[in-house]
Design a protein around this ligand. Structure first.
Ligand SMILES: Cc1cc2nc3c(=O)[nH]c(=O)nc-3n(C[C@H](O)[C@H](O)[C@H](O)COP(=O)(O)O)c2cc1C
Length: 337
């Protein structure tokens, strides 16, 4: 009987997960119109902690008002957010789990109605599987400085609010994914053309956060690849992941890229994105989270045994009923493997 999912995992940042299960960031749309957490947000996370996962990620939180993609999105953009964020982190710690806050800027993956000023590295419309997006304007060097400062300030707030980890969202076609991808970044300055230049802003953000908040565990959600023709490849992402780990990232969360998090038409079955994590697992000097339709003990145990991932993220199966997930997957006696 295999019970690898109960093996603790220590990160280079000094944090220790009590097991190999992660609740990935999932937008709850429970914040108020100013991005402030409500009592509904706090009870939502208390409920998710009932899954028994060793790490509960808190949903994508915008670093500035023009980085918002949804009206009731949680924010980390101002000190007014601090009391709500602190209440979420406190509730999750009381439930015995580590917690991380995901930080995002939508860039060109939003709508002017919500973010006001929609911008992207080169003013190129972001491709998406499920909708036609508006064309953003091209960013200036001042905009780049602003994004960098906004991510750094939001990470400072995450630390102040008591989060163990902070995750920079660089996947699913959002702002920093747009910087990394050759589909949406066709600049010819120091922030464009080569992979190193396209990765520059992300690395500047990571290095600055690591320097200011060395006790904060740093995570990045990256695409395993863009899954779009001419987009980021797995080889590109192996190089990017290595740079990120060298810059202080303690945990790499591998999902999809331009196009969004939804299951691509060509992918089927439980663990439909786990091949993306597997390509990096054991190869970059930091543990890797895999995701995509995971829900069963047998899948999780096999993926851990075969080193396809170090941590299994379970989104919708936990969202449906955290307590039921705990009863079926997180109890040793129910192990099926
Ligand atoms: C309601 C919902 C909201 C989501 N919000 C986010 C988010 O805020 N940030 C993010 O990186 N991914 C988000 N995702 C994607 C999930 O983190 C996860 O990658 C995806 O659901 C696939 O995992 P699953 O098949 O276990 O659900 C969201 C998914 C759902 C269902």
């Amino acid at each position: 009987m295999s019970e690898l999912r109960f093996t603790p995992l220590s990160l280079a940042s000094g944090h220790r997960l009590r097991n190999r299960l992660v609740v990935p960031p999932m937008a709850s749309q429970t914040a108020d119109r100013h991005g402030l957490a409500t009592t509904k947000t706090i009870s939502h996370y208390q409920n998710l902690a009932g899954s028994g996962a060793g790490l509960v990620m808190v949903e994508y939180s915008h670093v500035s008002l023009n980085g918002r993609s949804e009206p009731n999105q949680l924010g980390a953009h101002s000190d007014e957010c601090l009391s709500g964020l602190t209440a979420i982190a406190t509730a999750l710690h009381k439930a015995g789990t580590l917690t991380g806050l995901q930080l995002t800027h939508c860039g060109g993956k939003g709508s002017r109605d919500i973010c006001g000023d929609m911008m992207g590295p080169s003013g190129i419309t972001v491709p998406a599987y499920d909708r036609q997006l508006e064309q953003p304007r091209a960013m200036t060097l001042d905009d780049i400085d602003q994004w960098r400062n906004d991510f750094i300030a939001a990470a400072d707030r995450a630390a102040k609010a008591g989060f163990d980890l902070v995750e920079i969202h660089c996947a699913h076609g959002y702002g920093l994914n747009q910087w990394l991808s050759p589909l949406t970044n066709q600049r010819e300055d120091d922030y464009g053309s080569s992979l190193a230049n396209r990765c520059r802003l992300l690395l500047e953000i990571i290095s600055a956060i690591h320097q200011r908040q060395p006790q904060l565990g740093l995570m990045v959600r990256i695409p395993g690849q863009d899954l779009y023709p001419e987009g980021l490849t797995q080889a590109d992402m192996k190089q990017v992941a290595q740079w990120l780990v060298d810059a202080g990232v303690a945990l790499v969360d591998v999902s999809s890229g331009i196009g969004g998090w939804n299951r691509p038409k060509s992918r089927r079955g439980e663990g439909y994105l786990v091949a993306e994590a597997q390509a990096l697992c054991g190869a970059i000097g930091a543990p890797v989270i895999g995701v995509g339709g995971i829900e069963s003990v047998s899948f999780i145990e096999a993926a851990l045994r075969d080193k396809q991932l170090d941590l299994a993220a379970v989104g919708r199966a936990i969202l449906r009923d955290p307590a039921a997930f705990n009863a079926v997957v997180m109890q040793p006696e129910t192990c099926l493997a």
